[in-house]
Design a protein around this ligand. Sequence first.
Ligand code: FAD
Length: 287
Amino acid sequence: MKITDFFRNNRQTVSFEIFPPKLDTPLETILNKLGDFASMKPDFISVTYGAGGSKKGRTLEIASRIKEDYGIESLAHFTCVGHSIDEIDAMLRQMKEKKIDNLLALRGDPPADMPDFDFSKNVFSYASELIRHIRKKDGFCIGAACYPEGHADSPRISKDMYHLKQKVDEGVDFLITQLFFDNRIFYDFMDKVKAYNITCPVLPGIMPIFKADQIKRIASMCGASMPAKLVLLLDKYGNTPDMQKAGIEYASNQIRDLLDNGVDGIHINTMNKVEATRTILQNIGKL
Ligand code: FAD
């Protein structure tokens, strides 16, 4: 089933993001949680793709098990950085073999040990080129990433919006946003989305905060800004267990407000935490 089918009749979707464990950790650490995640009846579950394709087999295996074992639709993230065209086509074939209908087509970040990586030497320099390639093959429902505060590499937000429009026009069916902590940033972004005549559904990506250090690191990597009220929370609770409680409350408030304001759906970055995800769904009245 294609994820676009969920958006019929203006239904607001609820979806989860999970990540494969490191290669030296058994796959069962996440497979054993799939039943719990599935019991919360999300519309779909997305599985991230390790930087540079390091865990690509795991992404496919988990995405396939979500669908085959639990009947929940899956979305496999896929980055093209560092892959040859043959490797890209082999991945697409494997996705088809595993009956994965939905993929999130991404350019990816430079490999960790190569900060000056030259994307012009990559098979595809931008996600839009990967999307054009996948579209030719037909049959996939294609999601892509977008950045309410602009992508970190982009010299200005208007340029990022221009390239986002180009990307969507290559055949994107829906967008998922980078995490953000201030809904006003998302609402302003949606005004720009409309102004650029981008009409596909846009799912806000929400990441609950569990530890102050962790979220500061993640936010600095992806360029998400922190509103004053969040900085105060981080200062108050730091890395204590109370931070998790406050973080879940903060994310729940963000999501309630987004749903009330008519978003197409909510994509929750679960950080593989079952109970925290369950609490959020209870808080927002979806369980
Ligand atoms: P693009 O859309 O290609 O954009 C990258 C940059 O290039 C932007 O600054 C854009 O403005 C610019 N640009 C685009 N087209 C042009 C052009 N024609 N000329 C000049 N500039 C241009 N990474 C992973 O490794 N694994 C994951 O699973 C993963 N999942 C993600 C999920 C979401 C929802 C998001 C928001 C990000 C995710 N990422 C993931 C991170 C992503 O790979 C990085 O942000 C990456 O740097 C950009 O990928 P993209 O597909 O957005 O790139």
